[in-house]
Ligand binder design. Structure first.
Ligand SMILES: C[S@@+](CC[C@H](N)C(=O)[O-])C[C@H]1O[C@@H](n2cnc3c(N)ncnc32)[C@H](O)[C@@H]1O
Length: 231
């Protein structure tokens, strides 16, 4: 919606952390449906080492939950299943910078962050430090690793929530913020509603462009019991 309201004809959507590829296949399928519905082209990218989790750095990567080698990918098998999505294989420490330098990337409209580690998410956030041409003024973000099983205990002092806080503290015009009350705006409520955020770049040239479909929003006074008072 954001893209079509801004008149953008092509966007990119990204999954950070692909593992076996089930999430990327789902993202590809949903993107094709939305593309048909809205008449917008959507490029799909999946970033992963291809070899599973790298070693954790320290407590901030929650090594009590994840270990090196978890979630390996069968790259040829996944490539055979993908129709349009492109894999970006390698450690995000290198691949994000190389991606930012490419001239063929349509503005990013959605990112799913599922790299598990604090350190990997910090590297992925470098994408949100790119030039304005790299993304829409508001980018929908899903964070998988801010809740988890009962033994994970995510907090603002480690893991992905820490990476979000540090990013927000380090930037004045770029912020990653939750979508308040999303659950209550949806016909079918689900736990993932709480994991949806928006990346805002307040200084993006298109941030202040008016996007309301109804160009004349009024709230006229309702008639009183005698039928007067209406505009
Ligand atoms: C939980 S899995 C992703 C699951 C996937 N999103 C799904 O829906 O099935 C986390 C993935 O992040 C990847 N990952 C973690 N740190 C990374 C890094 N620094 N560079 C690239 N990939 C990384 C791992 O290889 C792993 O496959």
């Amino acid at each position: 919606m954001e893209a079509s309201q801004l008149g953008v004809k092509k966007i990119s959507v990204i999954e950070f952390g692909v593992a076996g590829g089930n999430g990327l296949l789902a993202l590809e399928e949903i993107s094709q449906e939305i593309s048909r519905e809205l008449g917008i082209a959507i490029d799909v990218y999946g970033f992963d080492t291809g070899q599973g989790m790298p070693p954790p750095n320290d407590f901030r990567d929650l090594p009590h939950v994840w270990e090196a080698g978890y979630f390996r990918m069968d790259v040829p098998a996944l490539e055979r299943r993908l129709k349009v999505a492109k894999l970006v294989i390698g450690n995000v420490t290198e691949t994000v910078q190389a991606f930012l330098e490419r001239a063929d990337i349509a503005p990013i409209g959605f990112v799913s962050f599922d790299l598990d580690y604090y350190s990997s998410t910090v590297q992925a956030f470098k994408l949100l430090e790119g030039n304005h041409s790299v993304f829409l003024p508001r980018v929908f973000c899903y964070f998988d690793d801010i809740v988890g099983n009962d033994w994970e205990h995510h907090s603002e002092y480690a893991g992905v929530l820490l990476a979000i806080n540090e990013f927000n503290n380090a930037h004045t015009s770029r912020k990653v913020a939750p979508i308040n009350n999303l659950r209550h705006k949806r016909k079918i409520q689900a736990a993932w509603n709480e994991q949806m955020y928006v990346f805002h770049e307040f200084h993006h040239p298109a941030y202040c462009r008016h996007i309301l479909p109804d160009k004349n929003w009024q709230l006229p006074l309702v008639p009183d019991r005698n039928g007067s008072g209406a505009v």
